[in-house]
Ligand binder design. Structure first.
Ligand code: NAG
Ligand code: NAG
Ligand code: NAG
Ligand code: NAG
Ligand code: NAG
Length: 464
């Protein structure tokens, strides 16, 4: 289908186009120089003194790496600019800071007493700012100046700052140019401020791994340009809002590990471009949306650990792009829909720890990309439909244990560690080998030998 990028393609694209807003390095400054007419030959090499002064103050409060003022009196000067800084020539013939990076080598380290430098928001040309692993010792909040009428900030990234505490400030909504907001792995508490959903230029929000509470605001649906929404690993409650269906461009949705309740909203069917959906470890229940099969781009559907207590819908088999389907530990009952065998791109199928009954669909034997198959701890019965080459391919990544009714046919001497016994009514290797009893063509010893040859002698203990 035309709509679907594959993930390996999507993420580099996202990264290139968004996460790294093209750095304006000294290289591009020189390149510009050549293409410009001779009369503007004088490229800016200095900063507005007031802007440089803000920069000195920020650096001095953040980093003990250098005596910044002395070592780099002209922070933006091409070829000798500070580490962790990028500058851009402005129309006013001065250089301006466009990007600041702290905490990740080769950017400046953050000293233990560093607190969030609110002054960064007064740098009018700043487009991207990164604080990675920076605020680790001294507790600090994310304070905002009251009026920020003119910020150019497009990317704000605060990641892995365990000392960054307090609420996410609603004033973030004054960053009108913001496209990427990453506040992952900090200690933010309180609700998600509804104000941030007025930032309609946002394409990516990641608030994962904090301690956010409250519900997901319905206003989330305002962000029509959003490609990625990650609110995973917080303490969010309430339902997934129906308005999520308005995020028509969304490619990645991760709401896992919260305390969300209710059904997956029916509006989800409108997320035509969704590639990745993770809803694991919540309190979601009830039936799947009727239009689930409309998610024709979906490659990853990860929804373990929810109290669903329904049957598996046949429609799952229509998500033909799926590579990973994880629905473990969620109380599913009934039989495994044979339609699942239409998922020819599946590499991982996890259905363990449910109450699934009946046989493993024989058509599962034709999964050609499957790498990891876990059907353990269900109530499945009948003969395992996999042949030796299938079992060999999956090896230890196949788990059928904890299904007392399942058994392997006599040729199942290749039982590796899938946790299934030999079917009783059939010839079994526990009896003395008798060549004339073996099935025509393929003797038991053939299988025994083949298996030993393939898995090596160290696997012998798993055989009968
Ligand atoms: C906003 O900032 C731009 C530079 O990014 C500047 O040219 C413009 O004059 C500023 N406007 C106001 C109202 O401060
Ligand atoms: C095992 O089963 C697969 C799928 O049904 C089939 O393509 C393959 O030829 C079989 N291999 C053997 C050794 O029987
Ligand atoms: C299958 O799932 C069970 C239960 O969660 C787990 O203990 C086991 O390690 C899994 N097996 C494989 C091969 O992943
Ligand atoms: C025994 O094996 C035959 C084929 O060899 C199969 O049709 C039958 O279902 C098996 N019986 C049991 C109880 O596993
Ligand atoms: C092996 O099979 C033959 C013919 O079916 C039978 O006569 C013989 O008793 C069997 N031997 C053993 C040890 O089961």
């Amino acid at each position: 289908m035309l709509c679907c990028f594959s993930l390996p393609l999507l993420f580099p694209l996202l990264l290139l186009s968004l996460l790294f807003i093209p750095p304006v390095s000294t290289v591009s400054i020189h390149a510009k120089k050549q293409s410009q007419p001779p009369n503007t030959d004088l490229q800016p090499t200095t900063m507005v003194p007031s802007e440089a002064e803000i920069l000195f103050k920020i650096m001095e409060s953040m980093s003990s790496d250098q005596t910044w003022r002395l070592s780099y009196p002209n922070p933006c000067k091409p070829a000798s600019s500070w580490p962790g800084i990028e500058c851009k020539p402005g129309s006013d013939n001065f250089l301006h800071v466009s990007r600041l990076d702290f905490g990740s080598f080769p950017s400046p380290n953050c000293k233990k007493t560093a607190t969030f430098p609110t002054k960064v928001f007064t740098l009018p040309y700043l487009q991207s700012m990164f604080f990675l692993n920076c605020f680790t010792h001294t507790k600090t909040s994310l304070p905002f100046p009251n009026s920020l009428s003119n910020s150019s900030l497009r990317q704000l990234s605060l990641r892995s700052n365990p000392a960054l505490v307090g609420p996410i400030p609603p004033q973030l909504s004054s960053l009108k140019s913001l496209q990427i907001l990453t506040l992952s792995q900090n200690h933010f508490t309180g609700p998600i401020p509804v104000e941030i959903f007025s930032l309609t230029s946002l394409v990516h929000i990641d608030l994962s791994y904090n301690m956010l509470t409250g519900t997901i605001p319905t206003q989330v649906g305002n962000l029509k340009n959003l490609l990625g929404l990650d609110l995973s690993y917080n303490s969010l409650t309430g339902p997934i809002p129906e308005t999520i269906g308005q995020l028509a461009m969304l490619q990645k949705l991760d709401l896992s590990s919260n305390s969300l309740v209710g059904r997956i909203p029916d509006s989800i069917e409108k997320l035509k471009f969704l590639i990745f959906m993770a809803l694991s470890n919540n309190r979601l229940g009830g039936n799947f949306p009727k239009g689930l099969s409309k998610l024709q781009c979906l490659q990853y559907f990860i929804m373990d650990d929810n109290p669903m207590f329904v049957t598996l819908p046949v429609e799952l088999g229509m998500l033909v792009k799926l590579q990973e389907l994880r629905l473990a530990n969620s109380g599913y009952s009934g039989t495994i829909p044979p339609s699942l065998s239409m998922l020819m791109k599946l590499s991982t199928l996890s259905l363990q720890n449910n109450r699934l009954t009946g046989e493993i669909p024989t058509s599962f034997a034709s999964f050609s990309h499957i790498y990891h198959l876990n059907l353990s701890r269900n109530l499945l019965d009948g003969v395992v439909p996999f042949n030796a080459s299938f079992l060999k391919r999956l090896g230890r990544n196949l788990d059928l244990s904890g299904n007392p009714g399942l058994c392997l046919s006599s040729t199942g001497a290749y039982r590796v560690k899938i946790g299934v016994g030999i079917c009783r009514n059939n010839v079994s290797l526990s009896q003395p080998l008798n060549k004339s009893q073996a099935p025509p063509g393929l003797s038991n010893s053939f299988f025994l030998f083949g298996v030993l040859g393939v898995f090596g002698l160290h696997q012998l203990s798993f055989l009968l």
